[in-house]
Ligand binder design. Structure first.
Ligand code: GDP
Ligand code: MG
Length: 429
C-alpha cells in the first residue's frame, strides 16, 4: 500500500500544473490502493471527499511539498477513522472485572485470551481464564495448555455442554478467589450464524461482562465490516483486538472493524507466541499501513542528539538493518537523549510504544549494558543460567534483557533498506 500511494503522489508532483484533474487522478490512485488494502469502500469514498475538502489547490500550486500535503491528509483521515471518538474502556486493577472474548472460530480468540491475561499478569493483575467454548472439541484442552504455560488459573469442563453454565461457574469461582481479571473465552463456529449470536447473547447476559472484546483476524479483508457489525449487534462490543498482523494481511480491515463497532482497537496480535502482542497505537499503525513512519521527525531527532561524527555510521547501520547488541549499547545513551524513548521510536515505521514502555529507559539501559558482549544467537537456556549466576541476577532478569534486545532488533530490522531522508525532506518516503 505504501508503495502504491507513494507512486500516486510521485506522479502528481511530477505534473507541471496541479489542477483539480491531477489531484483527482492522484486521489483515485490512493483510493485504489486503500481498497486493495481491504479498507471498506464507503470509508474510502468518504475519505476521498474529505481530503478534497481539506487539500487546497492553491497550496499545491504554490510549490509547497505536494506529496507531503496529500500524504498528511490521507494520514490524518485514516487516523480519524481509527479513533472512534471515545476513550478506550479501562479496567481497574484490584477490582473484579469480567472480560468476554467474542469472534469467529479461528480468529485467534483463545490465543488472544491468554496473551491478554499474560500481559496483565506481568503488570501485577491476577487474571483467570474460563473456557465457555463447548462447541469445538479440544477447545478446553487448548485453553488449559495455554493457561498452564502462562501459570494462569483456568476453569472449564470436558463433560458440560452448556456454555452459560460453565461461564457462570467459572466467573463465580474466580470472584471468590479474588481474581481481578476474569476472562471468558467463547465459541466461534465457522459462520456468522444465528445460533452463535444467540449463544453470545446468553453468555453475556449470564456473566454480565464489564467489557466485551471482539477478536478479528486481520486477513479477512473486505468481510471485516459486516462481521464486526454482526457481533456488535448481538453483544455490547467495547473494544477490538486484531490478530495475525504478522502475516501478509494488509490491515485495512482494522479500520472497518473500528468503524463498524465504534470501539477502539486496544491490542494487535503479531504472532502465535504469548508475547507477540502489542498495545495498539493509532499513528504508528497508520504509518505502517501507509508504509511511511515519521522518519523525517526521527532523523531530525537523531541529528539533534547523536554527535556529528557518529551520525554517518549510525545511519548506515540503520539503513543496512544490521543491528547488534554492541550498537544497541553504544547508541542507547544517545538515543535516550532524544527524549522519552517511546516517543522517539514511535516515529519509526512499524513501531508500537509498547516496545519501550514509559519509565523503562534507565532500566533498559542498565540491562543492555550487562548484555553488552553476549551474542543473542547462541543464547540458550544453559547460557542464560550461566550469565545469571555470573552476574548475580535471576534467570528471569536475563530473559527480560533478551526480550529487550529482541524488541529493539525487531524495530531495527524494519528499517532495513530504508531510504534515509535528508533533514526536512519527506520526498524519499
Ligand atoms: P479461536 O478459534 O478464535 O479460539 O482461535 P485460536 O486462538 O485457536 O487461533 C487460531 C490459530 O491462529 C491458531 O493456530 C493460533 O496459533 C493462530 N494465531 C492466533 N493469533 C495469531 C497471531 O497474532 N499471529 C499468528 N501468526 N497466528 C495467530
Ligand atoms: Mg478458541
Amino acid at each position: 500500500l505504501g508503495g502504491s500511494i507513494s507512486r500516486a503522489l510521485q506522479q502528481m508532483s511530477n505534473a507541471t500544473i496541479i489542477d483539480e484533474k491531477v489531484l483527482n487522478e492522484c486521489l483515485n490512485e490512493i483510493t485504489r490502493a486503500l481498497l486493495q488494502s481491504d479498507v471498506q469502500f464507503k470509508l474510502v469514498r468518504d475519505m476521498q471527499t474529505n481530503i478534497k475538502k481539506i487539500v487546497n489547490l492553491d497550496d499545491l500550486a504554490a510549490g509547497h511539498n505536494k506529496r507531503r500535503i496529500i500524504q498528511q491528509a490521507v494520514f490524518n483521515e485514516l487516523c480519524k477513522i481509527l479513533d472512534p471518538g471515545k476513550p478506550s474502556f479501562t479496567l481497574k486493577k484490584g477490582k473484579t472485572s469480567v472480560v468476554m472474548f467474542v469472534g469467529l472460530q479461528g480468529s485467534g480468540k483463545t490465543t488472544t485470551c491468554t496473551k491478554y491475561a499474560f500481559h496483565h499478569q506481568k503488570k501485577g493483575w491476577k487474571p483467570a481464564l474460563v473456557c465457555a467454548d463447548t462447541f469445538r472439541a479440544g477447545a478446553f484442552d487448548q485453553l488449559k495448555q495455554n493457561a498452564t504455560k502462562a501459570k494462569i488459573p483456568f476453569y472449564g469442563s470436558y463433560m458440560e455442554s452448556d456454555p452459560m453454565k460453565i461461564a457462570v461457574e467459572g466467573v463465580e469461582r474466580f470472584k471468590k478467589e479474588n481474581c481481578d481479571l476474569i476472562i471468558v473465552d467463547t465459541s466461534g463456529r465457522h459462520k456468522q450464524e444465528t445460533a452463535l449470536f444467540e449463544e453470545m447473547r446468553q453468555v453475556s447476559e449470564a456473566t454480565k461482562p464489564d467489557l466485551v472484546i471482539f477478536v478479528m483476524d486481520s486477513s479477512i479483508g473486505q468481510a471485516a465490516f459486516d462481521q464486526a457489525q454482526a457481533f456488535k449487534q448481538s453483544v455490547a462490543v467495547g473494544a477490538v483486538i486484531i490478530t495475525k498482523m504478522d502475516g501478509h494481511a494488509k490491515g485495512g480491515g482494522a479500520l472497518s472493524a473500528v468503524a463498524a463497532t465504534k470501539s477502539p482497537i486496544i491490542f494487535i496480535g503479531t504472532g502465535e507466541h504469548m508475547d507477540e502482542f502489542e498495545v495498539f497505537d493509532v499513528k504508528p499503525f497508520v504509518s505502517r499501513l501507509l508504509g511511511m513512519g515519521d522518519l523525517s521527525g526521527f532523523m531530525d531527532k537523531i541529528q539533534e542528539v547523536v554527535p556529528m561524527d557518529q551520525q554517518p555510521e549510525l545511519l548506515q547501520k540503520l539503513s543496512e538493518g544490521t543491528f547488534t547488541l554492541r550498537i544497541m549499547y553504544e547508541q542507547f545513551q544517545n538515543i535516550l537523549k532524544m527524549g522519552p524513548i517511546g516517543q522517539v521510536f514511535s516515529m519509526l515505521p512499524g513501531f508500537s510504544s509498547e516496545l519501550m514502555p514509559k519509565g523503562r529507559e534507565k532500566d533498559g539501559q542498565a540491562k543492555i549494558k550487562q548484555l553488552d558482549s553476549s551474542n543473542p544467537k547462541i543464547m540458550n537456556e544453559s547460557r542464560m543460567m550461566r550469565i545469571a549466576r555470573g552476574s548475580g541476577r535471576l534467570v528471569k532478569e536475563v530473559m527480560e534483557m533478551m526480550e529487550e534486545y529482541k524488541r529493539l532488533a525487531k524495530i531495527w530490522s524494519k528499517m532495513k533498506g530504508l531510504k534515509i531522508p535528508k533533514k526536512g525532506d519527506m520526498s524519499a518516503l
